[in-house]
Design a protein around this ligand. Structure first.
Ligand code: NAD
Length: 359
């Protein structure tokens, strides 16, 4: 991969490769921007098909974090770590200690937390080495802990905002929602959607995860290949990225796409494809900011779960502003969101989160 060309195109400040033969750690930390504060973003552990694949993921995810943190009004830049998982070797404490040492060498320019494949326990192991980590078990009433339930809260509120805008509905009651990937965020989202009266269609490559949504929430389980083509009102992608692409978009009959996965659009033109099909897309890094809001409040300290809840409650208004601007300017929502985020980063200071909210 042409590393310098790609990182220059996406505007990265630096990219760090780490290898610790003793623990087997192979990791990449990509720092996209520290314009608004230290680069914050989770650590993903994944079995990548090759090293280029891992680097591409780190570059795209870290850039997304810059935009996400900016739009959430956080005093944080954007970064991301990926650990190249070895399927033969289960992750060990030794590996996460080595990862902690890698983070420490960056002297606070990068702050980590959980992402796909990484647990609270793993973050505790990192914490034994360095303080540049969040997503740790909170003490009573304090902000923090596993970011996933907070992300799910934001997605649920964001879906409500999207159906209000596109379908004129005040709630999801009576709507049919497809949830792609029912892991930590997707499962919790299903719980909230079901409690609010939606009926569910789910899928997961992990059959046990999918079956659990049938047992617990009466979800109709379909195969991963069928999920995007379901006759539903809303699709919530909550698995991995690039699921919205030239091939999949023509199959979609839902009028709203609003979910947790990062980098849902395979490329920027896919936003235009959705716009052309009159499908309302909630930009992923805006709707899925609940987790990083929790991480940020935990890291900066002296904040409570009530503070986290209050900041997450601003996500629907942010989305509504994007939807309205997109309608007026006849632009795809991803283009509108990118331009708002770039504006905030260029100004070099976070736009504080407020109840009226438009960054
Ligand atoms: P997770 O690993 O707990 O869940 C992902 C689920 O998707 C798993 O059950 C997995 O088996 C399933 N899956 C993987 N590939 C699939 C496919 N092709 N089709 C169907 N299912 C598939 O991860 P999570 O923490 O729930 O995160 C879900 C997504 O949301 C990820 O893209 C993550 O980056 C993003 N996200 C998560 C958070 C958070 O707080 N956890 C925050 C922001 C964004």
């Amino acid at each position: 991969m042409p590393i310098f060309a790609d990182s220059a195109r996406l505007g990265h400040e630096s990219i760090h490769h780490f290898h610790d033969p003793e623990s087997g750690l192979k990791a990449i930390i990509a720092i996209h921007s520290t314009a608004l504060g230290p680069a914050a973003g989770g650590c993903r552990m994944w079995h990548y098909s090759d090293e280029d694949d891992a680097l591409t993921d780190a570059l795209r995810l870290s850039r997304g974090m810059t935009y996400k943190n900016a739009m959430a009004g956080l005093p944080l830049g954007g970064g991301k770590a990926v650990i190249l998982a070895d399927p033969q070797q289960p992750p060990s404490a030794q590996l996460f200690h080595a990862f902690g040492r890698c983070i420490a060498t960056l002297g606070g320019r990068y702050i980590t937390a959980e992402d796909v494949g990484v647990s609270v326990q793993n973050m505790r192991q990192v914490k034994q080495i360095t303080n540049y980590v969040a997503g740790l078990p909170p003490t009573r009433g304090n902000a923090g802990g596993d970011p996933s339930p907070w992300t799910a809260d934001g997605i649920f509120l964001g879906i409500e905002a999207a159906v209000r805008h596109r379908l004129g509905r005040s709630s999801v009651d009576g709507l049919r929602v497809a949830v792609q990937g029912v892991g930590k965020v997707g499962y919790d989202l299903c719980r909230q959607l079901r409690a609010a009266g939606a009926s569910l269609v789910t899928c997961d490559v992990n059959a046990q995860n999918a079956a659990r949504t049938h047992t617990d929430f009466a979800a109709e389980v379909v195969s991963p290949e069928q999920i995007l083509a379901q006759d539903v009102d809303v699709i919530a992608p909550c698995a991995l990225g690039a699921v919205l692409n030239a091939e999949s978009i023509p199959q979609i009959s839902a009028s709203v796409i609003a979910g947790a996965a990062n980098n849902q659009l395979a490329c920027e033109q896919d936003g235009q494809r959705l716009h052309d099909r009159n499908i309302l897309y909630a930009p992923d890094y805006v709707i899925n900011a609940g987790g990083i809001i929790s991480v940020s409040l935990e890291y900066t300290g002296n904040k409570t779960t009530a503070d986290t809840r209050a900041q997450i409650a601003l996500i629907p208004q942010r989305l509504a502003d994007i939807f309205t601007t997109a309608d007026k300017s006849r632009q795809p929502t991803n283009v509108v969101a990118d331009s708002m985020a770039e504006h905030i980063v260029a100004a070099g200071r976070p736009t504080p989160a407020t109840a009226t909210g438009t960054p």
